[in-house]
Design a protein around this ligand. Sequence first.
Ligand code: FAD
Length: 354
Amino acid sequence: MKTIVVGSGMIGASVAYHLAVRGAEVTVVTGDRPGGIATAASFAWINAAPGNSRPYFEFRLKAILDWHRLQHELDGSLEMNWNGSLWWEDDMEAVEEKTWESTSWGYPMRVVSRVEAREQEPSLRQPPDQSVYSAIEGSVPPLQTARLLLDRAAARGAVIHTDTVLALTVDRGRATGVQTPSGLIQADEVILAAGEASKALSADVGVVLPMANLAGFLAQSVPRPPLLHGVVLAPRVHMRQCVDGRIVVGWDFGGSAAPDDPDHEAEKLIGAARELLVDDDLCLERFTLGVRPIPADGLPVIGPAPGLPGLYLAVMHSGITLAPLVGRLSAEEIVHGHALDVLEPYRLDRFTRQ
Ligand SMILES: Cc1cc2nc3c(=O)[nH]c(=O)nc-3n(C[C@H](O)[C@H](O)[C@H](O)COP(=O)(O)OP(=O)(O)OC[C@H]3O[C@@H](n4cnc5c(N)ncnc54)[C@H](O)[C@@H]3O)c2cc1C
């Protein structure tokens, strides 16, 4: 089977890798940013809770399992951090309520004392009296991981084109390929995993993808000696330490408007992290301003485009958490031609089905 994957962020790279593993003929058309755009600007926390509906929580839990499967499959080449997360807010009553909900669904999350918080994160200046520790959460270096998946797809025969898709092509009611500046590429199935750009590309062929994207701003410190063990979610900031020692810091997981003065905002973020950590020399190296590709109801869009056979959509937020699961399940559906029940809640036609 001949496939084209448009996009090589975490989602496109994972779909391409899993298709190649299943013996599909894969061409990835990446644009000029191999490894992705949102992916390169991501915080890259892998988690299932809190704040998700139970079915979506369970989907994300499967994704955490799938990261372990992928880590095993890639022979330890993935630099995952599985050191969990520590979370506290000013209003711990609300946190405890959410924690209890997740715990009652079986999630390994629990309220811990100051002593345990210090054991988890010894470099916090003032560990909170109470916080919530989630043992099974983690993070990945997003750009490196997407590129690793692309490399592994290429090792199994995938062809990677750093070309731009100008348009999807359609013939007699079926998606047949993509038009690029260097020519037409044809396939049996086109997988659109172009993040934010997916909306415009699909609109051109009459597929409406309702999106509610948000900006996402992060600051990165210069490399520091080991300070953070896992992900830290403090009342104003969240942060984690990358494998290269840089500390990544953001304000708000919900996304926010792009700052008017990004340099100043990034200094403020690093300042907030410095207040929390025993490191007076923590200073800013750079910032990233990304767009979070978010379908209008916050849930992923995965599956065949309604009314346009030959086109398969894979567009979502929390694409880092979800990538191995979405890659594997999409590849199963595409190669075997069977719809998988587990993906039903994420079909695009939910927006028009009433
Ligand atoms: C600040 C921030 C923090 C985040 N935090 C988290 C988090 O903690 N946990 C989590 O799970 N998720 C998080 N996310 C979301 C996550 O990063 C995204 O869901 C994920 O990266 C999406 O990956 P993608 O491959 O769909 O898109 P992208 O990474 O944007 O990749 C899109 C790809 O499409 C290509 N492309 C676009 N147009 C064309 C074209 N015309 N022709 C050819 N190629 C094209 C691009 O070159 C790129 O390769 C965060 C995002 C941001 C911005």
